[in-house]
Design a protein around this ligand. Structure first.
Ligand code: SF4
Length: 319
């Protein structure tokens, strides 16, 4: 059906159990291309599916308003686990969408590299799609003479903003091995720990040392913080996504910036994209509340300093 496990049978069971008929399917952009068959199978089972075209970056971003507007009784949220403890406003089924592939060769490649680098132990972490491979990578590490450690509480799962799976075991390992595509999650882990982090990427087929990317990223973030010390007017962006909305945090930052003699405006955004924020020419710098990865990951496309809340704390110490 696809290279990802969309757990069709479970989704059908849950939808029938909840008496749902109209289903809004929500997925990250990278997985939307795989949804045609899943949609067709739901339709063949008597449901009325719809696919959301909007971006979807995490379980923090449920399309509840859209679901209500299009009359959906249920959301199928693909690619992430549940993010918040609060009840969803629209019944939601989460489908992690495990990547279906033979990654034994990558596990051996990564284990060999870590062994050659002299590490005696390694912490294993993965993104949602690759968490099921942690056991296989652990066996490959052990076979290469590297003790594998996995945080029990999280099962090794990391999100862009949640890296406890790594920080909780840092004292017990020599290095970390992340399993998953791209730099986003691996960089989040690398920034959260002092130990070396290697990323095994199933799509590029490479095992990468994250140290040079981390160094470059930290330098850019400090540049943004230092540039922001010169700003007179700030836009504090509050993101109206279910798991990201932090009105109290935004108001508090506004007051603290004003306490340092700055002007500050609260800007409400459905999507904190730079196309949306470019119009606020009166703001010399922006602080994005909610997702801490929006500011660092989009700074390149924005000509002014953009900070997250943690970086704003560093800024406030310097004002
Ligand atoms: S807050 Fe950001 S990093 Fe965390 S899950 Fe949501 S989109 Fe991902």
């Amino acid at each position: 059906m696809s290279d990802y496990d969309f757990e069709l049978e479970r989704v059908i069971r849950e939808a029938r159990g909840r008496g749902a008929r109209a289903i809004l399917i929500q997925a990250p952009d990278g997985l939307k291309q795989h949804l045609a068959e899943f949609y067709a199978r739901l339709e063949a089972e008597g449901f009325s599916p719809m696919i959301s075209a909007d971006p979807c970056y995490g379980g923090c971003d449920l399309a509840e308003d859209e679901a209500r507007r299009v009359g959906a009784d249920m959301i199928v949220h693909i690619g992430h686990h549940r993010f918040s403890c609060a009840d969803e406003a629209v019944p939601t089924v989460y489908v992690p969408a495990a990547h279906i592939a033979d990654l034994s060769w990558l596990a051996e490649k990564a284990a060999g590299l870590l062994a050659r680098r002299g590490f005696r132990s390694a912490g294993l972490v993965a993104n949602t799609q690759h968490q099921p491979y942690i056991g296989e990578f652990a066996r490959a590490l052990e076979a290469a003479g590297v003790r594998a450690v996995v945080d029990r509480k999280t099962g090794g799962l990391v999100l862009g903003c949640r890296t406890a799976a790594a920080t909780a075991i840092e004292g017990d390992v020599d290095a970390f091995l992340f399993i998953g595509g791209g730099d986003f999650h691996a960089l989040g882990v690398a920034k959260a720990v002092d130990k070396e982090v290697y990323a095994a990427d199933p799509y590029r087929g490479e095992v990468k040392d994250m140290a040079p990317i981390k160094k470059k990223e930290l330098a850019k973030r400090w540049w943004s913080i230092m540039e922001a010390t010169r700003a007179k007017t700030f836009g504090v962006v509050v993101v109206a996504k279910s798991g990201q909305l932090d009105m109290e945090g935004a108001r508090s930052l506004k007051a603290r910036l004003e306490g340092k003699g700055k002007r500050a405006f609260i800007i409400a955004a459905g999507e904190a994209s730079w196309e949306r924020l470019a119009g606020f020419s009166f703001a010399d710098a922006l602080v994005v509340t909610g997702c801490p990865r929006v500011a660092p990951d989009n700074q390149a496309s924005y000509p002014k300093p953009v900070l997250n809340m943690q970086e704003c704390e560093e800024l406030l110490k310097r004002l």
